[in-house]
Ligand binder design. Structure first.
Ligand SMILES: NC(=O)c1ccc[n+]([C@@H]2O[C@H](COP(=O)([O-])OP(=O)(O)OC[C@H]3O[C@@H](n4cnc5c(N)ncnc54)[C@H](O)[C@@H]3O)[C@@H](O)[C@H]2O)c1
Length: 252
């Protein structure tokens, strides 16, 4: 596993931001990549650039998640590594915080469907395909500092959806440990991606960064580095944990 890497990694949400940066890291580490996103064009372009195979999926759809695993397995083989970065973060129409009282019921259910249920569907499909030969298997999920500190600008439904990811990480880690599979999550703080830019204009960065001890917004590749570590053979004895990549925004 350390040399001539042959593991296959399914990266969901690879079309943009932290997912795309993670794909670049894992490509450089020599893993065979399945790049999935609801935006097929984005993962197709990325696959042309870094290698790998592109797949379309909406993780809010349990049947589509099942079909994704079937397609990846038939085209590439068993999924050894699962990384899920796909999520949505709703904001108020004026770009401000979306309070729970003002959260439309359809939107509330959509956020839970993508961020929470989508994560559970992926974990379930991975677990159903894991057997005693799971050595070297890895699951990396994306939570958020917002779930740890209550969030400053995130919607409460987003905070709740990510709190479930923190907990599910521990449950799945215990379930899959007997198979030699590790399960961890990464909790980013403020990271410069399209998701953050839906809530923060670049001219607001300096003010937002005052709440961050390292006094800056982080980069997607800095989170991808944590993902790559958790996927690597070096992290074989790390499971059930949350790796904070937040510049000190939240100190657990
Ligand atoms: N950027 C930040 O500041 C920040 C902070 C904390 C946590 N996070 C978390 O990190 C992860 C990555 O965030 P990002 O900033 O890169 O987001 P992003 O919006 O830049 O990229 C998310 C990707 O997920 C895809 N996606 C969204 N819904 C999907 C669905 N239903 N099915 C399949 N694909 C879907 C999008 O098409 C997009 O390519 C997310 O889980 C997010 O909640 C981000």
């Amino acid at each position: 596993m350390t040399q001539n890497e042959t593991r296959r990694a399914l990266i969901v949400g690879a079309g943009n931001g932290i997912g795309a940066a993670s794909a670049r890291r894992l490509a450089a580490a020599g893993l065979t990549l399945a790049l999935a996103d609801r935006d097929l064009g984005a993962v197709t372009r990325l696959a042309q650039e870094i290698g790998g195979t592109a797949f379309a999926v909406d993780i809010a759809d349990a049947g589509a998640v099942h079909d994704l695993f079937e397609a990846v397995e038939s085209q590439l083989g068993h999924v050894d590594v699962l990384v899920n970065t796909a999520a949505i973060s709703p904001m108020a129409p004026d770009g401000g915080q979306l309070g729970i009282a003002a959260t439309d019921l359809d939107l509330l259910q959509q956020v839970i469907a993508v961020n929470t249920l989508g994560t559970l569907y992926l974990g379930r499909e991975y677990a159903q395909r894991t057997d005693a030969s799971g050595q070297g298997g890895r699951v990396v999920l994306l939570a958020s500092a917002a779930a740890q500190l209550g969030g400053h600008k995130s919607a409460s439904v987003y905070i709740a959806s990510k709190g479930a990811v923190l907990s599910f990480t521990k449950g799945l880690a215990r379930e899959l440990a007997p198979h030699g599979v590790t399960v961890n999550c990464v909790a980013p703080g403020l990271i410069d991606t399209p998701m953050l830019r839906g809530a923060l204009r670049p001219d607001q960065d300096a003010v937002a960064a005052r709440a961050v001890p390292l006094n800056r917004i982080g980069q997607a590749d800095e989170v991808a580095a944590a993902v790559a570590y958790l996927v690597s053979p070096d992290a074989a004895y790390v499971t059930g944990t949350t790796l904070d990549v937040n510049g000190g925004y939240y100190m657990g």
